[in-house]
Design a protein around this ligand. Structure first.
Ligand code: HEC
Length: 99
């Protein structure tokens, strides 16, 4: 029973990890860089390795239109408005592992 549980947890976490990576590659990479090393459009910080909770908070705030750090909050809103809470958590987790 417990072995089965561990196996399921491992499968689930690797599935979540791949999900975040897919979202990042298709929707974030072009501006933030494949390692999160770029300043997006010359404005943002490099987000690679950033704390998961901070990224979730920022992305949720961009989505709701309440964050605008460098005058390009509306651009980020467009990038994340269709992501649900789960997808935001997955991509934030992926970003935290980038270096
Ligand atoms: C079209 C280019 C573009 C794409 C694609 C994009 N971003 Fe951004 N991102 C920006 C810009 C520009 C900013 C700065 C916004 C502002 O003025 O606050 C930013 C800011 C951020 C920040 C805050 C960084 C800081 O300096 O504090 C995070 C986190 C972030 N983006 C995550 C993401 C995620 C996750 C995705 C993919 C779902 C994504 N971005 C896709 C352009 C982009």
């Amino acid at each position: 029973m417990s072995k089965l549980f561990i196996l399921i947890s491992l499968l689930l976490s690797s599935a979540l990890y791949a999900g975040g990576g897919d979202i990042y590659a298709s929707r974030c990479d072009s501006c933030h860089g494949s390692h999160g090393e770029k300043s997006a459009l010359g404005k943002s910080k490099a987000i690679g390795g950033q704390n998961t909770a901070l990224t979730i908070k920022q992305v949720q705030a961009y989505k709701s239109g309440t964050l605008n750090q460098y005058g390009m909050g509306a651009t980020m809103k467009n990038m994340v408005k269709s992501l649900n809470d789960n997808e935001i958590a997955e991509v934030a987790n992926f970003i935290s592992k980038l270096k």
